[in-house]
Design a protein around this ligand. Structure first.
Ligand code: HEC
Length: 190
């Protein structure tokens, strides 16, 4: 019977980490300031017939629904990071570290950490973001955890990489808790 204790460790850590999530930090506020500033400049060009704006479409293709986004984009990317951090313990093979053991392995996790940064941005896109408040904070939290993982992978620092993975996990859980509490149980048993 193989036991993966990595996720268990993430779970216990995530309880603590959720408390340090920057709740007061409101990217939405910054966004509105930026929009105000942008509004002070040139008046926006009249949309011409035939452009996406004129037709009321967003400039972004956000047709992928949230379930597909999670299952096809975010989850597999995060899994690469989690499968490369911590350890497993089993009766047959004993204690095994999961961290990359080669430069190529670390490059691979660094690449996926970079994707997490950008996936945070994708979640924040107009047309995909569910609101301009907490949703954006969680999306930014994802990018932040990705950046930490990327830094740790660059210097092959296992402990920092593990912490970044735990932080990533806590952002997933916190957003699910806030926007779809049923997911939490589903997600945790995966
Ligand atoms: C900004 C908010 C947010 C963040 C951050 C987030 N999720 Fe989600 N996630 C959701 C929402 C909303 C749903 C429910 C989608 C639906 O069923 O409509 C969901 C659903 C899921 C599902 C279930 C999909 C299904 O088939 O029902 C998985 C798996 C998942 N997320 C994985 C992750 C992972 C892994 C992370 C972190 C690396 C993460 N999510 C971070 C909002 C988020």
């Amino acid at each position: 019977m193989k036991t993966n204790v990595t996720l268990q460790r993430f779970r216990s850590l995530s309880a603590t980490l959720i408390n340090v999530m920057p709740r007061a930090w409101r990217p939405a506020t910054l966004l509105s300031v930026l929009l105000l500033l942008a509004g002070c400049g040139e008046p926006p060009a009249e949309p011409t017939a035939g452009t996406a704006a004129a037709e009321g479409h967003s400039a972004y293709n956000t047709s992928l629904d949230m379930r597909d986004f999670m299952n096809l984009i975010l989850d597999p990317t995060a899994d690469v990071l989690w499968d490369s951090a911590g350890w497993t313990d089993s009766r047959e093979s004993g204690y095994q570290e999961l961290y990359p053991t080669s430069d190529e392995g670390w490059d691979n996790v660094r690449r996926h950490a970079a994707m997490i940064i950008e996936i945070g941005n994708m979640l924040a896109l107009p047309g995909r973001a569910v609101d301009n408040d907490a949703w954006l904070t969680y999306a930014q939290g994802l990018s932040q955890a990705g950046a930490l993982a990327m830094e740790a992978a660059a210097i092959q620092n296992k402990e920092d990489f593990f912490q970044a993975g735990a932080q990533l996990y806590s952002v997933c859980s916190a957003c699910h808790q806030a926007y779809n509490p049923e997911i939490t149980s589903k997600f945790v048993t995966n």
